[in-house]
Design a protein around this ligand. Structure first.
Ligand SMILES: *Cc1c(COP(=O)(O)O)cnc(C)c1O
Length: 398
């Protein structure tokens, strides 16, 4: 059976992923089961999309009820659920307005459009001259626009021609950003912690300096919080750890409660008001099913104290990982329940470590060859982490 599934995948599927050799069948909370009924602890959470755990019963209930009531009607009409979600997001995170999309990449594209139009209409940048500053090893999604400013050749190779108007600065370098800024710069787009690059935390104070620089130069600071946001780092927004209030933030992943793709751009009034009827849209963006699920997802996070759990258990997990005296481990870093263990490749690759963890019942995934990530659903308990630590130690000491 397992072999058959893998064969079908390679025969009929484009091979744009290289999955670990496990065929999953069901999930509940922090646990997953494969088709042989073997149980695994999920330390990956689908790149933070499953922060609520798998098949959260209240979210499944809301999804079911809304699907029976009204699932899709398009933005050609008002619907009940969307304005309620917009209000919730804006009041929770302190923004004037929001615009809903489906995937993270779409919301980033929305941010790029907003920033460019703001540059022309508010800042007076000459037509088609707007520039956006981004960072080395960024990850913002996979559209042709977004890969145009990726620094990763795997993401770009033979997908050109690329979209102009972007400049790449080294992550954590303030002088480089200053040099790249000019009167045509409309925005800086940044991940407050770089996820796909390997859970890379910038130097303390850097994001704050970036915010001040942007303010002084009349440039928008846009934070991509698609993976870092909504409790992953122990706060609603990772930028708040640095006491930074971006002009706009992009959310996705966990916003959909692990059930449905929902993303959003939140921003200041003068930025969000650049959109007028006809200027932007998405058939599924802000549909009632998406909005009902996302609203409930946020309410559950608040009620069940996901942020506190992420902060407390994340710190505990990080400190325990740091005590593993393995010659394989180069560094352990993270914030909240979002931790990367950087391995010495000559001893064990990230892939090898992930396969060994998998055999022992822990699912993770390597990023950039050497980094193993630990990002469980935010509902994980201390005893579940302790159980995982024993296995993790065996793999890194073995
Ligand atoms: C996952 C991710 C995206 C892209 O989201 P998709 O839903 O896959 O399009 C963008 N930015 C960051 C930081 C991400 O982690």
């Amino acid at each position: 059976m397992e072999h058959h599934i893998k064969q079908l995948d390679s025969r009929f599927g484009a091979q744009n992923y290289n999955p670990l050799p496990v065929v999953l069948q069901r999930g509940s909370g922090v646990w997953l089961w494969d088709i042989n009924n073997k149980k695994y602890l999920d330390m990956m959470s689908a790149y933070s999309a499953v922060s609520h755990g798998h098949c959260h019963p209240e979210l499944v209930e809301v999804m079911h009820t809304q699907a029976q009531t009204l699932s899709m009607c398009s933005r050609a009409y008002f619907s009940e659920k969307m304005p309620l979600l917009l209000e919730k997001l804006c009041t929770l995170l302190g923004y004037d307005k929001a615009l809903l999309m489906n995937t993270g990449a779409e919301a980033i594209e929305t941010a790029i459009k907003a920033a460019r139009r703001w540059g022309y209409s508010q800042k007076g940048i000459p037509d088609n001259q707007a520039e956006i500053i981004v960072f080395q090893n960024n990850f913002h999604g996979r559209t042709t626009g977004i890969i145009s400013f990726s620094s990763d050749e795997d993401y770009r190779y033979q997908f050109g021609p690329y979209l102009p108007g972007f400049h790449i600065a080294p992550y954590g370098d303030i002088e480089a950003v200053e040099k790249l800024m000019n009167k045509n710069t409309c925005a800086v787009l940044v991940e407050p912690i770089q996820g796909e690059a390997g859970i890379v935390i910038p130097p303390p104070g850097w994001l704050k300096k970036l915010e001040e620089l942007c303010k002084n130069q009349n440039v928008l600071l846009i934070c991509d919080e698609i993976q870092s946001g909504l409790g992953r780092t122990g706060a609603w927004l990772a930028s708040s750890h640095e006491n930074v209030k971006p002009d706009a933030v992009v959310l996705g992943k966990a916003l959909g409660g692990g059930l449905y793709p929902v993303s959003a751009l939140l921003g200041r009034q003068d930025l969000m008001d650049v959109f007028n009827p006809g200027s932007h849209g998405s058939t599924f963006g802000g549909n009632p099913l998406a909005c009902a699920i996302a609203h409930k997802a946020i309410e559950i996070m608040e009620r069940d104290k996901y942020l506190e759990n992420s902060a407390t258990l994340g710190e505990y997990f990080l400190n325990q990982l740091k005590t593993i005296a393995s010659p394989m481990i180069k560094s352990v870093r993270g914030r909240g329940l979002w931790i990367g263990v950087d391995l010495d490749q000559s001893k064990k690759t990230g892939r090898q470590a992930c396969e060994e963890l998998m055999e022992r019942g822990i699912l993770s995934k390597e990023t950039h060859e050497t980094v193993v990530r630990f990002a469980p659903p935010l509902i994980i308990t201390k005893s579940e982490i302790d159980g995982a630590l024993e296995i993790i130690e065996q793999v890194f000491m073995g």
